[in-house]
Design a protein around this ligand. Structure first.
Ligand code: FES
Length: 170
């Protein structure tokens, strides 16, 4: 019986070190693969659960208070592309005079606009309506209880600023 035959023909004392080495190597490779796989999964899960909010939001200048009358409404596009409707509801010189809401309807994504005569935001696609705080009051958004996302505002030295994300949502 020679050493060049099939593994079944080789003496078991010569196969044992090779089998042990192969077994250890496959365990090491499998361990590295599992570590990388779980590590990647953990990283992606971390991005999903804890998005980098602090560094990805910024304050943007909108307008001066004097040029924005009660009932006026403007559509603003954030640097990352979010379309936002900003409406003036009162005249006290504070951020609460205004409301900034996403102008994208949460039903199927049509453009929402402010109707000052009806005191509501309206989506013409399926007659969806929202009150002045962005809460759904009729149509498909009411059925699914989906409000318009709201953005923070602040007033400094008579100027109005809005806090917006710098990165698009995925
Ligand atoms: S897309 Fe606005 S109500 Fe359907």
């Amino acid at each position: 019986m020679g050493l060049t035959g099939s593994p079944d023909e080789q003496p078991s004392e010569m196969l044992t070190p090779r089998r042990t080495w192969l077994s250890r190597m496959s365990s090491i490779v499998m361990g590295i693969g599992l570590t990388l796989g779980y590590g990647m999964f953990g990283t992606v899960l971390g991005w999903f659960l804890y998005p980098a909010r602090a560094s990805s939001r910024t304050w943007q200048f909108l307008t001066d208070l004097g040029s924005f009358a009660i009932g006026d409404s403007v559509t603003y596009e954030a640097p990352a592309g979010q379309k936002i409707v900003v409406t003036r509801l009162t005249d006290k010189g504070v951020p609460e005079d205004f409301i900034a809401l996403s102008s994208i309807c949460p039903h199927l994504g049509c453009q929402v606009h402010w109707e000052s005569n009806n005191d509501r935001f309206f989506c013409p696609c399926h007659n969806g309506a929202f009150d002045k705080a962005g809460q759904p009051v009729s149509g498909p958004p009411k059925d699914s209880n989906k409000p318009l996302p709201r953005y923070l505002l602040k007033v400094e030295n008579g100027l109005l600023f809005i806090e917006v994300p710098m990165e698009a949502l995925v």
